[in-house]
Design a protein around this ligand. Structure first.
Ligand SMILES: *[C@@H]1O[C@H](CO)[C@@H](O)[C@H](O)[C@H]1NC(C)=O
Ligand SMILES: *[C@@H]1O[C@H](CO)[C@@H](O)[C@H](O)[C@H]1NC(C)=O
Length: 235
């Protein structure tokens, strides 16, 4: 309200200034009249003319993948009458208050910073909401050091779960038995959840199993502890 009244008063004052200047110019002032009129014209056009509500410039990225520990930079490009103010949210919760910064910069991104980022731009005339950007954080944790033991009756199926590993994106996993890479065949399958399934166990399936995981995004790899499989005789 106050800003509106102020700007009206200023506009009126500039209008008077323009009339005076024009009068002086006709009156044969030493100032170059054209330049003066142009200067006044451009300044008064901005003050007089309608203020422009914020509008978005450029769509921005819909999705970004950032490595954990790296810097996240998001921009919110908008036009409209000055001053523009920006505010950022993550999953609809405020990340910043209203700020003149059109850039959001997070120094060392954590995996818990992943989510949907969005900015709102406002000025005296209104506000506009930018499309969401999904920020994903690529990371890989480590396997637990704990070894596992499993016993299966001969002839039965053995199902060995992939030892748990926190990772984004899902790692590529390779199973090994006694240090040799396991190639799936009609006796051994690897499920979409990276479980190893030995369909009908024989004594030869006993041994030391482990997995190696690679995160394609971070380039990191990890080796699990052993899972020892024993095959018991048929009782
Ligand atoms: C935001 O929402 C996504 C999807 O529901 C969720 O995975 C993520 O952890 C949330 N981020 C925060 C910071 O709450
Ligand atoms: C795992 O990472 C180490 C060190 O970064 C590297 O020397 C090794 O070759 C990698 N192994 C695989 C299977 O990618």
């Amino acid at each position: 309200m106050k800003a509106g009244i102020l700007s009206q008063e200023r506009s009126a004052a500039m209008g008077r200034a323009r009339r005076t200047a024009a009068g002086t110019a006709r009156g044969g002032s030493r100032c170059p009249p054209l330049l003066l009129l142009l200067l006044l014209g451009s300044c008064c056009h901005m003050l007089h003319g309608q203020e422009v509500a914020p509008y978005l410039r450029g769509g921005g990225l819909r999705q970004q993948v950032v490595l954990e520990g790296n810097r996240l930079v998001l921009t919110c490009l908008a036009g409209g009458s000055w001053p523009l103010q920006y505010r950022w949210t993550l999953n609809n919760s405020d990340v910043t208050g209203w700020t003149p910064q059109y850039r959001l910069s997070v120094g060392s991104l954590k995996r818990t910073d992943a989510g949907l980022y969005q900015c709102v731009v406002r000025n005296r005339m209104g506000a506009v909401i930018h499309g969401r950007t999904e920020v994903q954080v690529a990371f890989m944790g480590t396997f637990s050091a704990e070894e596992q033991r499993k016993t299966v009756t001969q002839g039965r199926a053995a199902i060995i779960n992939q030892p748990p590993l926190a990772s984004f994106p899902r790692p590529l996993v390779t199973w090994y038995k006694d240090g040799h890479k396991i190639i799936p065949n009609n006796q051994i399958a690897i499920t979409l959840d990276n479980q190893l399934v030995v369909l009908a166990t024989t004594a030869a399936d006993a041994g030391r199993y482990h997995v190696e995981a690679v995160n394609e995004m971070t380039g990191e790899n990890a080796t699990s502890s052993a899972v020892y499989l024993s095959i018991s005789g048929i009782c």
